[in-house]
Every structure is written in C-alpha cells, then in structure tokens.
Design a protein around this ligand. Structure first.
Ligand code: CMC
Length: 433
C-alpha cells in the first residue's frame, strides 16, 4: 500500500502523506494543500474530516465497535466503576487500587463549592432549563477557582500539577452542581455529599436523599447510574467534544472549555435527544399509542418530525451503547417493579423501524439516547434533567480530550471557508440608496 495520495489539478500533480491509525484507518494529510496548490477542502458538518490524532476512543461505525483506550464498551459497562473509567480515559491506563484511592481522595478534598454559587443558582427562574444553568454555573466556577495559566513549555512538573488540580476540582464540583440543579427543581435543600461513599453512590445520595431521612444505598439505582455514566463517558470527536477541544485550543481554561461543551451537548440533535425521545414517546402514548402513524410522519420529508433516538452521524450499524442500554432499561424496570407502557412503545417503534426500508436503506438504528430516558424516568429523574445526566457522564471524556489537546500542543482551531458573498463594491450614502 502506498503511503502517498496523489491529486491531479490544473495539469499539476501533488502528493500528500497518508496517515495510518492504530486500527489501520487511513487519512490523507491535506495540511499542505493550500501552500502547495492554493486549495482548501470543504466539508460542512465535518462529515469526513479528521480534526486531530487521538488515542482516547476508537469507534468503528460500520461494525458498531466502541472502545475506550482499547477496552470494549461492553467489558467496561459490565465490570468497571465510572471513576475507574474516568481515570482510564484521562490518563490512558486503568488505575491500580492505590491510584484510584488517591484519585478519589483528591476529588473529595475539592468537593465543596463557594456558597455564592448557591446565590447564582437561586437567581435563575424556576423555569430555566437545567442545561443552561449547569453551563452557567460551570463557567461561574472559574471566578471562584481562578486557574493559573498552564503552559506546557515551562516547568513540566508544576504545569502537570496545575492540570491535575483543575481535573480533580472539576470532577469534584460538577456532581455537586448537578445535584443542586436537580434539588432546586424539586424544592429540596442544597447539601453536600458523604465522602465516605464511592463516587457514583455519593452522586445518587446528593441527588435523591430526602431531608431528615438516612441515605440507604439502592444497588439497582447505583448500578444503573454507574452503567449510564460509563456509556456516556466518551465518544471521540462529537459536537460537544470538538467544541471543548476548539475552545481549549485558544488556551481557554478547562472549566471554560467544559462549559462550552455543555452548551453544545444541549441541542436535541446531540445530547438533548434523550429528553426529546421521552417527549416523543409520551406524545405517542397520549395520542393513543399508534406507532405506525408516527413512522409515517418520520418518513415524510414535508413533516419536521424525526424519530428521535434514531440515526447517528458515525454509526451505520447498531450503536453498541444502545444494545447495552436497552437491556439495562429492561432490567432496571423489572428490578424496580415498574411496568412502564413507554417501554412497550419504544420496543414497537424500534421493531417497525428496523423492518422499514426507509430506515434500513439509510442505516438508521437506535442510538444511545433511545432507551436512556426510560431508565432515567424509572430513577425518578425529571426529563429536563436527562441531558444534564449525559453531561455528568461526558465530563471525563471532555477532560481527556482537553488534556490530550494541550499535551500535544495542538494549534488553535480555525477552519477556513469558501466565501460566497458580494464582490467588492463601493459604499453608497444613505440618501442615494
Ligand atoms: N428520523 C427520520 N429520518 C432521519 C433520522 C431520523 N431520526 N435521522 C436521519 N434521517 C434521514 C434524513 O432525513 C436523511 O434523509 P435523506 O437522505 O432522504 O435526506 C438521512 O436520514 C441522513 O440524515 P442526516 O441528517 O443527513 O444525517 P446526519 O449524520 O447529518 O445526522 C443525526 C445524524 C443523529 C443528527 C440524525 O440521525 C438525527 O437527527 N437523529 C435524531 C436525533 C438524535 O437521536 N440524536 C442523538 C444522536 S446520539 C447522541 C449523541 O452522541 O449525540
């Protein structure tokens, strides 16, 4: 196989290096295209553009494979804790027991937020969407935790300490913010956790403990949360992660970059799909449960309705996370003794879509968000909070990519464009227009 790609243009031939990844995927390095041929590439939505080299997550959309640092998502979701996965994503290796204990201790040491953040939270209208609040509070954290400028060209150790401190601070504070956003919606007092508990156990305590009641761990809930958070932890260069990397590439801080990532995740074509799926399933139920009627709407190009939770930019086969979540949804409902008609509607929509040429020819399969809302609903998490739960899970992935981008000294992200506006023209005074 040649390691060069050739381009013939305007009677000239240009050669470009072909880069091969560790899973043998190939990419043409076009970075010299402009200087050599005065050309740029155009690819709206970056559908076929690699923005970086990354050793964090491998995804094969055709085969339905997802691996974090080489470990299959199935293996991790079945056997690992979310904090182990966070460490793995950020630092590249599974932690041993003492590394994991130290990581948790360092997180716990930072598990406090400035009391003034409560005032900011309380100043939001009750109707504010939790994703907007979370993004704002994450950004506000910067004011209370000013970061020293990390410049990896200076003293290696002190810069790595600064980076480590930012990472454990963020992993400590985001769960508190998530729990507080949830508790405020419910009218519950804003409290801290119990740092003798595990990371996920403590998150469930912070979210669900009622006043004047002891916290009793419910293994079904903690295990379901652990699995969902792992499944959401990273997904390579998606919209929000690319946002985090591009914001961070300007040397904006970790908190600022993650705050931007939260905003990018919010939309219903990305993380917001989990809320949209549940709203869609409820609408179908309230309309009498005729799934076929909604299938017709989803296929009608004149109807804006889309089957939420279906389709994916990179998976052209089953989303491996959806398989795991479908089973988990079934198990959680059974273990909690819940009989939710919404699950039945979801299953029949899935069955119809998987047998419909519109969906099969476009390779539209259920994605991670199709069943996750059913689990969150069973855990009594309101649907406006679903995308916040996704964000909570995605934080380690965002951190890992921000860190990788800084460690690799990646250049500032700055795409080009093909200008399609007016050519040069002269200003016309207002009285002559
Ligand atoms: N329902 C009906 N038709 C669809 C759907 C859908 N959910 N998704 C894609 N299509 C059609 C689309 O109309 C187009 O048809 P045609 O070729 O005739 O014009 C074709 O399939 C390709 O779609 P696209 O919008 O060009 O594909 P994309 O890669 O730009 O978009 C997507 C991917 C995920 C935004 C899209 O499939 C979608 O809107 N899905 C519903 C929202 C959703 O579930 N998002 C969550 C994604 S997973 C969570 C995450 O990691 O973000």
């Amino acid at each position: 196989m040649s390691d060069k790609a050739k381009l013939n243009f305007d009677n000239n031939e240009y050669e470009f290096q072909v880069i091969v990844g560790s899973e043998k995927e190939k990419a043409i390095d076009v970075s010299s295209l402009r200087s050599e041929a005065n050309l740029i590439t155009i690819d709206p939505g970056f559908k076929n553009t690699g923005s970086c080299r990354s050793s964090i997550t491998f995804l094969d959309g055709e085969k339905g494979i997802l691996r974090y640092r080489g470990y299959s998502i199935e293996d991790l979701a079945e056997n690992a804790s979310f904090l182990e996965v966070a460490f793995l994503l950020i630092y590249g290796q599974l932690p041993n027991e003492s590394e994991l204990n130290k990581f948790l201790d360092d997180i716990n040491e930072n598990s406090i937020v400035d009391e003034d953040l409560k005032k900011i939270l309380e100043s939001f209208p009750k109707s504010a969407h939790p994703m907007g609040i979370l993004s704002s509070l994450t950004s506000a954290l910067i004011a209370f935790n000013p970061e020293k400028k990390i410049s990896l060209n200076n003293s290696y150790n002190s810069d790595h300490d600064l980076m480590y401190n930012s990472i454990v601070k963020l992993l400590a504070k985001i769960p508190i913010l998530v729990a507080w956003v949830h508790r405020r919606r419910k009218g519950l007092p804003l409290e801290y956790g119990d740092y003798n508990l595990g990371y996920v156990d403590n998150i469930t305590k912070m979210m669900f403990q009622l006043p004047n009641q002891d916290y009793v761990k419910n293994n079904v809930i903690v295990n379901a949360m652990n699995k969902l958070l792992i499944l959401h932890a990273d997904h390579e260069q998606n919209c929000s992660t690319s946002t985090v990397r591009i914001v961070g590439s300007s040397e904006a801080s970790l908190f600022a970059s993650v705050s931007a990532g939260i905003s990018a995740l919010w939309g219903r074509l990305h993380g917001g799909a989990n809320q949209a799926v549940l709203e869609m399933l409820e609408a179908i139920k309230n309309d009498g449960g005729d799934t076929k009627k909604f299938m017709v709407k989803a296929k009608d190009k004149n109807d804006p309705f889309r089957l939420m939770g279906f389709g994916h930019r990179v998976y052209k086969n089953f989303d491996p996370r959806a398989r795991i979540i479908k089973k988990a949804a079934h198990d959680v409902l059974k273990d909690l003794g819940i009989d939710d008609p919404i699950l039945k509607i979801a299953k029949s929509l899935e069955k119809e879509a998987l047998n419909d040429p519109y969906f099969t020819s476009r390779k539209l399969y259920p994605n991670v968000d199709f069943y996750s809302g059913i689990i969150y609903k069973a855990l009594k998490i309101p649907k406006e909070m679903f995308t916040v739960m996704f964000a909570l899970g995605r934080v380690p992935g965002w951190i890992a990519h921000w860190r990788e981008m800084r460690m690799n000294n990646d250049p500032i992200g700055r795409p080009r464009q093909v200008y399609t506006g007016e050519n040069r023209r002269s200003f016309v005074p207002i009285n002559k227009r």
